[in-house]
Write a protein that binds this ligand. Structure first.
Ligand SMILES: NC(=O)C1=CN([C@@H]2O[C@H](COP(=O)(O)OP(=O)(O)OC[C@H]3O[C@@H](n4cnc5c(N)ncnc54)[C@H](OP(=O)(O)O)[C@@H]3O)[C@@H](O)[C@H]2O)C=CC1
Ligand SMILES: CC(=O)C(=O)O
Ligand SMILES: [Mg+2]
Length: 760
């Protein structure tokens, strides 16, 4: 019997409490709206609002197409539901659908930089629903209908398509059909089947199922080879119970009356129904090398583990992200709308859908380049039964699919804007990738490939326990919980955290068998620095940072994370008593600021108060090294208040000197300075200095002193809306990361993952 290889599965299993906490933490829900123009001064107000706003109003009234130039319409999609078929959970109402709709809106943004808002409409009346949506056209570039039950969804979508001149797309129908079709094309190829003679059973005859069956028939499946089933069994010609015109259109000429009978000898089965709808017997009765897409969410009709226990020749897909082959519409709707919006398409037609199917199917057959491997749990996937479709985090999707969709829109005459430079468009699309998520996702995936033992030095604290659990849950490795076992267990119980799971290990410093070895190690290091043996004993017995750092130094853990109970410099001093600098390196802190599509490394944000020129040069080398290890070719700007000698001053002199030192060291990365921050970051301002040696805006900023580094990163975070990760400690001989005091559990996990990644 084949195993579902655990390594092949991204670890995304979450507890109910984690899911609720995730949604409730901070600002409730998953969305907020941010302005794109300054709104600070009287002049801003005059431009954005009265009187200035009157000008675009008149322009749009004169030429409606200019709404795409002067408003957010062209990048704005409404995700609209009435909650009558929320995933596979059924009709739970408009309000209950909101988390899913907010989620879809977030996926639009995350994967394709499409702005989106969720609208939940509290009616099950089809006409009311249509009337509510039909007048919203001026607000949006597209309408994404979601989780509306069949057959209402068919009427709603087709009427709205007639009434509106923007794309109206029912994701559960067409999104699902596109992804399922792409996966099916590849699965047929892998099993050597000809679609004209392949027998398919589709369980479910609702929104997703009808659309899937229509699309596969359009692809060339013989109608006689397809059987559709619903809660009443096979939809056969002549059946009257529980029918509607959409089911009738696909009623089969067959003697089979039950799903069991229909599945006997079937080549392919689609599950678009409900959890657990497929039995072991049904799977056993299918043809050789069956293709099983159990797509119900959140739980499939049958799990890959169950199938693996029954037979070893199946190609298996589900709608979930924690198994290989995720056939889920998330692979489609963000990119399909991206392409449609970019050419201002009036509709999403069949040609555009088929273009998306082909692009998706082809992408899975291509070799996965190095920079994409991290999106695949560290394995380089090869087209095959465990990889018939790209994963949602595949960064190639953003350029491959919209280009195909936009081209098809242009060819079929529904584009209101023509893109002539498709290669340039593909480059623009790639630049829309969210670097925050990509940077972290790639780092996490690399750690998953080589899980590490990380000691959480302050495990008696609740947020540390949460972080440790999340570390283990995400299969990043083993989280070693350092502290008194009774206190750790009491904190866990109070917080409702279950410690009885693999990947968590409690180490109690007081009763550890390694204590003597740690004391000997520390005493050997400190005896010539004024420490007595009993001082080393006290530090190991009583101080978690010394114990944890010594564990790492002696190889009992791969890395450590600390910092929430003690200030940064104290924690760093503790660690440095146990671990040296890496030979030839300098210990510094680098903060990673992620803001509006850009990632910059800022250094030194932790260690050197007023660095000398020599130290600034070292900082530049360390920070450039980190940037490179994280996949960014470094362009280092040595920052000052002045630019290339103006205005002159003693403090800038130090920075100029550092540049000369780097010249002498013949370092192998781009650097220049001294320069002000706007010169470093703004291409246009930099162009005023044509001799500047940077080939583009800097991504590594070496600050002239600790105070400017600390102040500017904190300002970026508080005022600029940046996500700041770090300071990340580099230059130590072993991976240790120190969080800020009071850090949230998610920050602690990030730092633990960075330690596990081996940043030191
Ligand atoms: N992976 C993906 O990307 C997607 C997955 N889905 C999943 O597909 C399923 C259906 O969604 P959707 O089409 O939007 O919902 P609909 O409400 O439109 O349709 C549900 C259909 O499933 C049928 N059904 C329900 N339970 C069973 C059962 N036990 N056996 C046979 N048929 C059953 C219903 O039968 P009847 O007509 O008799 O009531 C109905 O035809 C959900 O689980 C959803 O999560 C949907 C969209 C995307
Ligand atoms: C994925 C999705 O849209 C659904 O299950 O309804
Ligand atoms: Mg849905």
């Amino acid at each position: 019997m084949p195993d579902i290889d655990k390594k092949d599965r991204p670890a995304t299993s979450v507890t109910d409490q984690e899911a609720l906490d995730f949604h409730a933490t901070g600002r409730p829900g998953k969305l907020e709206i941010n302005p794109t123009k300054p709104m600070a001064t009287q002049r801003d107000l005059s431009l954005a609002y009265s009187p200035g706003v009157a000008v675009p109003v008149k322009a749009i009234a004169a030429d409606p197409q200019t709404a795409y130039d002067y408003t957010a319409r062209g990048n704005m999609v409404a995700v609209i539901s009435n909650g009558t078929a929320i995933l596979g959970l059924g009709n739970l109402g408009a309000l209950a659908s909101k988390p899913v709709m907010e989620g879809k809106a977030v996926l639009f943004k995350r994967f394709a930089d499409v702005d989106s808002i969720d609208l939940e409409i509290d009616t099950e009346n089809v006409d009311e629903f249509i009337n509510c949506v039909r007048f919203l056209g001026p607000s949006f570039g597209g309408i994404n209908l979601e989780d509306i039950k069949a057959p209402d969804c068919f009427v709603i979508e087709s009427r709205l398509r007639e009434l509106m001149d923007i794309p109206v797309f029912h994701d559960d129908q067409h999104g699902t059909a596109i992804i399922a079709a792409a996966g099916l094309i590849n699965a047929l190829e892998l099993t050597g089947r000809d679609l004209k003679s392949t027998k398919l059973v589709c369980n479910g005859a609702g929104a997703a199922a009808i659309a899937c069956v229509e699309l596969v028939k359009a692809m060339g499946f013989a109608p006689d080879n397809i059987i559709l089933c619903d809660t009443k069994g096979v939809i056969y010609q002549g059946r009257t119970e529980g029918m509607n015109q959409w089911k009738s259109a696909h009623a089969a000429k067959t003697d089979a009356r039950t799903l069991e009978e229909a599945m006997e000898g079937a080549d392919v089965v689609f599950g678009l129904s409900q959890k657990g709808a497929f039995s072991a017997e049904m799977i056993r009765s299918m043809a050789d090398r069956p293709i099983i897409f159990a797509m119900a969410n959140p739980d499939p009709e049958i799990t890959p583990e169950e199938v693996a226990r029954i037979r070893d020749d199946a190609i298996m897909a589900t709608g979930r992200s924690d198994y290989p082959n995720q056939v889920n519409n998330v692979l489609g709707f963000p990119y399909i709308f991206r392409g449609a919006l970019d050419v201002r398409a009036s509709t999403i037609n069949d040609a555009m859908k088929i273009a998306a199917v082909r692009a998706l199917a082809n992408l899975a057959r291509e070799d996965v380049p190095d920079d994409v491997v991290a999106a695949y749990q560290g394995n380089r996937p090869r087209f095959g039964s465990q990889y018939i479709i790209p994963v949602p985090f595949d960064p190639r999707l953003i350029s491959a699919i919209p280009v195909a969709v936009a081209e098809a829109a242009i060819e079929t005459g529904v584009a209101r804007k023509v893109i002539t430079d498709m290669a340039g468009y593909a480059r623009e699309l790639s630049a829309r990738r969210d670097p925050i998520a990509s940077t972290l996702a790639s780092l996490y995936e690399r750690v998953r490939r080589r899980p590490k033992r990380i000691v959480f030095a302050e495990a008696e604290e609740e947020q540390v326990l949460r972080a440790a659990m999340s570390y283990a849950n995400q299969e990043l490795g083993t989280a070693i919980l350092l502290g008194r076992e009774d206190l750790i267990r009491a904190t866990a119980e109070r917080a409702g955290i279950d410690l009885n799971r693999p990947g968590l290990e409690i180490v109690n410093a007081r009763i550890s068998t390694r204590v003597e070895a740690y004391i000997d190690y520390l005493y050997a290091r400190l005896q010539r620095h004024g420490y007595l043996h009993r001082d080393a004993q006290r530090l190991i017995h009583n101080d978690r940072n010394h114990f944890a750092a010594t564990m790492v130094a002696l190889g009992d853990a791969d890395g450590m994370v600390t910092g929430i109970t003690r200030n940064y410099s104290t924690a760093l001093e503790d660690v440095r008593r146990c671990i040296d600098e890496k030979p030839g390196h300098r210990v510094i802190g680098v903060s990673l600021a992620l803001c509006r599509g850009r990632t910059v490394f800022v250094a030194d944000t932790a260690v050197h108060d007023m660095p000398t020129a020599e130290q600034l040069a070292d900082i530049a080398e360390e920070a450039a090294g980190l940037a490179r290890r994280m996949g960014y070719p470094p362009r280092v700007a040595m920052l000052a208040y002045s630019t290339f000698g103006h205005p002159s001053g003693e403090r800038s002199e130090r920075v100029r000197e550092a540049v000369k030192i780097l010249d002498k060291r013949r370092v192998d990365f781009e650097y220049d300075g001294e320069m002000a921050a706007d010169v470093a970051l703004n291409r246009k301002v930099m162009e005023q200095y044509p001799f500047c040696r940077l080939s583009g805006p800097a991504n590594v900023l070496v600050m002239p002193a600790f105070h400017s580094a600390s102040i500017s990163t904190k300002m970026l975070q508080e005022l600029g809306g940046s996500t700041v990760i770090g300071p990340i400690l580099v230059g130590l001989d072993k991976p240790v990361q120190i969080t800020s005091m009071g850090a949230k559990d998610s920050d602690i996990v990030n730092m633990a993952a960075i330690a596990a990644y081996g940043v030191s």
